[in-house]
Ligand binder design. Structure first.
Ligand code: FES
Length: 501
């Protein structure tokens, strides 16, 4: 075994020699914006101890100074001996493209936080230079009271709202303190903390901001106070030097939160001359369609299939998950995260597995398995009939939601110039498989993995006048799909898989 040490998290892992760094780091929550294709440099790591020989993609994407300083692309390497790495995954994804990340410098430091129901990602930025100085990620401390949004709402309604608020406020305050401490140690960032921008889904917004979440438990699932909230760090009880302004950016309606607003700003959808879409697939599937004139959004009850939940042998994209399934010479071949024995199937593997089953005609377009009880994948892990059903429910809702939004522009899905796929799942899903099952019915070159647009948007907010974000949010109209008379029929139609690719 080789020892892999990760800074600044301080983690030490025993890794079998030959294991791909991407598999190990992904299991630790690191994202690979271009899907590990060596195109984006979003997976940059710095070798602190040990060595990783420079490969061709690195000479193309990294400067000689960066290479000399030990920066490498994690997705291009395997672990062969003991290694110590510093993770700085999101820094380059923004700084590598100054045209896409233009900002007006401000004084001091800022913290951008993407508050997800499962994970929290926070970055400390120098607001003069736009440089990311430190990164912290963690599992959402509320998760002990329920893995998904609705179980949190249920816990809150049953009297636990104060506890959920306390947990998340304390956690974010703690992350902010750790970020500041890490730069104080390294001597960077002598300026004080000025601003904190937080984005998250509607339930996270209401819980953090102390708004009664009971309305989110029943139809029409509208938050009581969706707007932007502004606090001082002191009001929140955060023990930080100075008294930074902490803002939670506004929600867009129902289950569409400020993480999606951040995605709209990060992808520039609100300024686009062409009709474009943004999708974030997870427990809920959020879809946005728009241009510089009009923006519509919706959230579909996509079901948790994309996160591996309700799948018989489903699991999150962690070590042991089948993340890729291919057909090679008529046989199924699988990739398992971490390289060991398969323990389950995650969302990207599920989409691939069904696409492979359709290809081999082991699965009918209606979703039935042809002459078999299940479809063996790897080791003891198989695709089961009810998994296909779950995927049909999820993909049907999303595809129907997209069609309805697009139709309100008098357009068809094929008229979309681009579809931005946000979030980790969007980066890992095979676009070809998603097209094969009818989830993304567009030519592959028009579907763009967009990375962590929520965090990128939160960073942009640090440099912006917050009232501008209120104005963008006010331009977005939320569409309740269930109120659209065409939705039920479209949903039923879209549950069928395309007969041929
Ligand atoms: S270059 Fe490694 S994930 Fe993009």
């Amino acid at each position: 075994m080789a020892a892999l040490k990760l800074s600044p998290a301080g983690l030490q892992l025993d890794v079998a020699p030959g294991t791909r760094l991407q598999d190990v780091l992904f299991a630790q929550g690191v994202e690979f914006p271009c899907g590990g294709r060596g195109r984006c440099k979003g997976c940059r790591v710095k070798v602190l101890n040990g060595s990783l020989p420079v490969v061709a993609e690195e000479t193309r994407l990294l400067t000689p100074a960066e290479l000399a300083a030990g920066w490498r692309l994690a997705c291009r390497h395997s672990v062969s001996a003991d290694l110590e790495l510093e993770l700085a995954q999101w820094e380059a994804a923004i700084l590598s493209d100054q045209t896409a990340f233009t900002f007006t410098p401000r004084v001091g430091l800022g913290i951008a936080i993407d508050l997800g129901s499962t994970t929290v990602a926070a970055q400390l930025l120098d607001l003069q230079t736009g440089n990311v100085l430190a990164v912290q990620t963690a599992l959402n401390a509320q998760a002990r009271h329920g893995g998904d949004i609705m179980s949190r709402v249920e816990y809150a309604v049953q009297g636990g709202q104060g506890e959920l608020q306390r947990l998340i406020r304390e956690q974010l305050g703690g992350l902010a303190a750790q970020l500041l401490k890490s730069v104080a140690r390294s001597g960077q960032g002598s300026a004080g903390l000025n601003r904190v921008a937080i984005v998250g889904n509607t339930v996270m917004h209401q819980l953090f901001c102390g708004v009664n979440v009971a309305p989110m438990a029943a139809h029409p699932f509208e938050p009581e106070q969706p707007g932007r909230f502004r606090f001082s760090a002191r009001d929140l009880g955060w023990d930080l030097p100075g008294d930074a302004v902490v803002e939670f950016l506004p929600c867009l309606g129902s289950f569409v939160g400020s993480d999606i607003l951040a995605g709209i700003v990060a992808t520039g959808l609100h300024q686009s001359r062409d009709l474009v879409a943004l999708m974030d697939l997870g427990t809920n599937g959020e879809v946005v369609v728009g241009n510089h004139v009009k923006i519509l959004c919706t959230s579909t009850a996509a079901g948790p299939a994309f996160e591996g939940a309700r799948i018989k042998q489903g699991m999150r994209a962690a070590t042991g998950a089948i993340s890729e399934v291919k057909v090679e010479d008529g046989f199924i071949s699988c990739r398992v995260l971490g390289g060991g024995e398969a323990r389950g199937l995650c969302g990207s593997g599920l989409v691939d597995a069904v696409a492979a089953g359709l290809e081999l005609e082991w699965i009918h377009p209606a979703g039935r398995m042809a002459n078999r009880r299940d479809m063996p994948l790897s080791g003891s892990v198989s695709l089961h009939p009810r998994d296909i059903r779950e995927l049909q429910l999820a993909k049907g809702a999303i595809a129907a939601g997209l069609k309805i939004l697009v139709s309100r522009f008098g357009a068809a899905v094929d008229d979309l110039k681009q579809l931005h796929l946000a979030g980790a799942f969007g980066n890992y899903i095979s676009r070809a498989s998603a097209r094969r099952i009818g989830l993304l019915p567009l030519p592959l070159d028009r579907v763009v993995p967009a990375g962590n647009t929520a965090l990128l948007g939160a960073k942009l907010a640090l440099f912006d006048d917050a009232s501008r974000w209120d104005a963008i949010a006010a331009r977005v109209r939320h569409v309740a799909l269930n109120d659209d008379p065409a939705f039920a029929d479209l949903y039923a139609d879209e549950m069928t898989f395309p007969a041929r690719a």
